[in-house]
Design a protein around this ligand. Sequence first.
Ligand SMILES: Cc1ncc(COP(=O)(O)O)c(C=O)c1O
Length: 408
Amino acid sequence: MNTPDAYLLPVYRTIGESLIRELAKLMSIPGMISLAGGYPGPELFDREGLRASADEALSASPTACLQYGPTDGLPALREAITGWMAEAGTRCEVDDILVTAGSQQGFDLLVRTLLRPGDAALVERPTYTGPLRLLKIAGVTTQTVGVDHQGLDVDELESLLRDAASGRLPRPKLLYVVPTFANPSGATMPLSRRLRLLELAVQYGVVVVEDDPYGRLRFEGEPQPHLTSLVDRVPGARDWVVHLGSFSKVIAPGLRTGWLIAAPAVRRACLIAKQLDDLSNPGFTQMTVARYLAAGRLRAHLPVILQAYRERAQAMREAIQTHLTGRIEVGVPEGGMFMWGRILSGASARDLLKQAIEEKVTFVAGDIYYADQVDPTTLRLSFSTPSPAQIHQGIARIGLALNSMSIR
Ligand SMILES: Cc1ncc(COP(=O)(O)O)c(C=O)c1O
């Protein structure tokens, strides 16, 4: 008997569930500590500010909140986003902005409008799982460029693009990169690499997608400019850079509010794709976020979030020094939510994770972040949700898990 299952595209039968969602289910076990999810600390959500903003939005603009609205987003929110970008040193116009249901939707729109099955795209090695899965489902071939503590290795990128130009590799149309506090590596690209990346994009005709959900979560060091703010310094770069912004990590992911900035033709194609997808973001959410920003509530609340993440990152650094020195080495980020580590004995992080779950702590095994050249000894530790005390305890438990691995 035929069933609808028989019609499913094969890729949907074979693609796995997200490891992170699987790990999230373990949180129902009493006493489990999660160093796994890239979720904001829930006690850091500004409930009062958001409630006030929602009330004000509904009272002042009921029609905008409740009626169908423009696909590219309500003008009040787009205006507020230009202000938010300007605070980070990036000038953009209201008309440059397409409001999206988060950065994830922004990337989906780009894949749908720019890439065909069989095309090639570049990602970092390691990179965020969302784009890896999207590219796979779209039938796009992924090529990878290594990452060090300064983010994308632009020398490796250049040599890959040279090979592609000479026909030794498929020519990539697009590069997906998280230049600031990357997921999972935590790394941030310095200015020199950013400029070089733009030069290579122009020279080889590659669309650079700058995904920036974490950039404003800087608790130490000096800010780096968005790639999209550097386009005037590299002739021809303006057309090749797409910026994906998000309020998920700084306000709340449940609001599903992000934005895309791209050259007019690409932005227009994404607008059409979004129209067919969800018509527009919800008006009520858009007006609430617009009000939240316009009232200066995000600017006022962000330091609270940064202070908490600063303390949590510090706690993780100290705990790693106490319990894991000589056994796991980690990069220390100046912001974001993640530390990226490597087990020095060469043991697999999957095996360590199994043992760690026994000890009631979770983290993410690094293998899921690789399109190729998987390093099975890598792992991602997130410090955004647990308290400093839980972080100390969680890292100590990873130490115990390592002990019992070496005993077995
Ligand atoms: C690098 C990166 N991009 C995008 C997202 C998803 O962001 P959004 O909630 O804006 O869709 C995440 C979430 O973890 C992420 O780490």
